[in-house]
Design a protein around this ligand. Structure first.
Ligand SMILES: [Zn+2]
Length: 290
């Protein structure tokens, strides 16, 4: 397979990443493009298999859980702060419609809705009951008609672009969005120190679900082909995903003992602490021109 961004067929590294969260016995091949440095899954996941990978009874972001929901909600307050800072300089001063694509359980939307100036919509293949003033639509992100109907001012794609098999679908959403609308794309950064420390156990791979793991330069390169837009990139903190990486280390150790993994697990609290100040996630802001 060629690199989905720069179409180069050379790669500097081949990685075999286990599915730590759901089936440690399966592993997926990822390639690191030697030209743009994108890390991408070598295979294509069919739509029928997506249903199994994201099933409501198995997939944590849909299933949730007491601790998971608690941490996601705390994180959503931080995400809201970052979004408001970059889009409204802190506070929306006029009525704004926000659409979160692949919103999962809607943690971020529920927090955004606390601001009465914001109308919140979420689209996801799994259903969520309309609560706390947020309206959910059960649909795929490929349903352009449903997305267009909402006519959002701000479209959020949070922790989702890395799952998309073909970026063409995202480009189509940008193309069909109204002038002056703003896209906020939040995704793991492959340049993060956590990827170096946790190696194949890094939660940013989330194999086989993540298709592409970007850095700032190649995500900008990917969107540069969209017309009439301005792109800005920023970074944000991401402390909770390091906890998932530590859990992955523990699962790896339980599966097959290795002294190196054992030592890494012991020192991981120190790493997490020193990594707290690093910003490991990309925030890409795309503004459609007037
Ligand atoms: Zn490339």
């Amino acid at each position: 397979m060629v690199c989905p961004i720069c179409k180069n067929n050379q790669y500097s590294q081949t990685l075999f990443i286990k599915d730590y969260e759901y089936n440690i016995n399966s592993r997926e091949k990822y390639l690191n493009c030697s030209s743009c440095n994108l890390i991408y899954r070598d295979s294509y996941i069919e739509e029928k298999d997506e249903e199994i990978l994201y099933s409501k009874s198995e997939y944590t972001p849909v299933k949730g859980g007491f601790i998971y929901d608690f941490l996601k909600t705390i994180n959503a307050y931080y995400e809201k702060k970052v979004i408001l800072k970059h889009v409204f300089n802190g506070k929306p001063d006029k009525k704004t419609t926000v659409l979160d694509i692949a919103c999962g359980k809607g943690y971020l939307l529920r927090v955004l809705k606390k601001n009465t100036n914001i109308n919140c919509f979420g689209i996801d293949i799994n259903t969520t009951k309309n609560t706390d003033g947020v309206q959910y639509i059960q649909s795929s992100y490929k349903n352009l008609r449903a997305i267009k109907k909402i006519n959002a001012d701000i479209i959020i794609i949070n922790n989702f672009i890395e799952h998309v098999e073909d970026l063409k679908h995202i480009f189509d959403i940008i193309k069909s969005a109204k002038k002056d609308s703003i896209f906020i794309i939040i995704t793991p950064n492959s340049d993060s120190k956590a990827r170096v420390f946790f190696k194949n156990c890094w939660s940013g791979y989330h194999a086989p679900r993540h298709k592409m793991i970007f850095n700032i330069s190649n995500i900008e390169q990917a969107f540069n082909k969209c017309k009439s837009i301005d792109i800005e990139s920023h970074k944000m903190h991401d402390p909770f995903t390091n906890i998932i990486s530590v859990i992955n280390l523990y699962k790896e150790l339980k599966n097959s003992f290795s002294l190196l993994i054992f030592l890494k697990l012991i020192i991981s609290p120190i790493f997490i602490f020193t990594n707290l100040m690093n910003k490991n996630r990309i925030v890409l802001i795309i503004k459609k021109n007037k």
